[in-house]
Ligand binder design. Structure first.
Ligand SMILES: Nc1ncnc2c1ncn2[C@@H]1O[C@H](COP(=O)(O)OP(=O)(O)OP(=O)(O)O)[C@@H](O)[C@H]1O
Ligand SMILES: [Mg+2]
Length: 265
């Protein structure tokens, strides 16, 4: 049986201002495949996430299409219901006064914060509480977002991305700014969702964020896919040195990877 598609991008050319970030980018990811898109600063990672969120659009062309879950992307609300997006931009956009519970609840509307016209059912509110308990942030229910640590904010945003029970989670550099305990805890949560059958797409330049269960890695540089395939074949010292433009030594332990400077002995 043909697998269902999660992301299907065909020949998308995308500009941000005067910069052509993607020139006829084509890329397909199936549902159920956990993948990491790895790329240096300026590679186009954030632009890629904005493309998925419908915040930037490709230059219209007959041969260009973007489908999420088999749907054309302009059906943005349907798609958002199936997608849980955790991005940095989001974290910075949050208003100081929003409490933890409301941050999580806002996931039902894929909105920033909560507005007067949004009503929530009893079931939605109890689901938000349950998600917060699951993430270990029940104690943040009434705390303002501005008064939380970076790790707490990050877990609240994960709750926001999960509350509406999406089939796929897209994470943008999820552990940057987190200390070791918070990083390990966050990655444990992500691995838990992978085991529960959610498709996880990680977009990052941190190699150590790639969980052992993630099977596919795409290397993105200057808007082009340099390599795409099985993690063990793609994550090599030669490929990473080329990707980041500096010599990289790769360390591995228990299925995790870490990049270090220099040349192999
Ligand atoms: N509004 C804009 N106007 C002009 N150029 C832009 C704009 N936004 C992004 N760019 C350019 O597009 C390219 C890709 O940017 P993008 O933010 O997608 O990179 P990134 O991979 O997320 O990098 P980082 O790891 O630093 O976050 C960069 O060269 C950037 O300067
Ligand atoms: Mg970025």
């Amino acid at each position: 049986m043909k697998p269902s598609r999660f992301i299907e991008i065909e020949r998308a050319t995308v500009y941000r201002g005067d910069t052509c970030v993607f020139n006829e980018l084509s890329l397909t990811i199936d549902e159920g495949t956990h993948a990491a898109i790895l790329g240096p600063n300026g590679a186009g990672k954030s632009t890629f996430l904005k493309l998925l969120a419908g915040e930037v659009h490709p230059v219209p062309h007959d041969e260009t299409s973007i489908r999420l879950f088999g749907e054309e992307q302009w059906n943005v609300w349907d798609v958002r219901r199936r997608l849980g997006l955790v991005s940095h931009d989001l974290q910075h956009q949050y208003l100081e006064q929003v409490t933890g519970l409301k941050v999580v609840l806002s996931g039902y509307y894929a909105s920033i914060g909560i507005y007067g016209h949004q009503d929530f059912t009893y079931a939605q509110i109890s689901r938000a509480h349950a998600v917060m308990e699951e993430l270990g942030i029940g104690y943040l229910t009434d705390r303002r977002f501005a008064d939380m640590s970076t790790g707490e904010q990050r877990r609240c945003l994960l709750g926001r991305a999960l509350v509406h029970e999406p089939t796929a989670l897209v994470l943008d550099e999820p552990t940057s700014g987190l200390d070791l305990t918070a990083t390990f805890h966050y990655l444990d949560l992500v691995r838990g969702f992978m085991k529960k059958g959610k498709t996880v797409l990680l977009v990052t330049h941190h190699i150590h964020e790639i969980p052992p269960e993630m099977e596919r890695v795409l290397l993105l540089k200057e808007g082009r896919v340099l390599q795409d395939g099985d993690k063990a074949l793609v994550l090599t010292e030669a490929n990473l040195s080329l990707l980041f433009g500096c010599p990289v030594v790769l360390a591995q332990a228990n299925g995790w990877y870490q990049a270090l400077p220099g040349h192999s002995a």
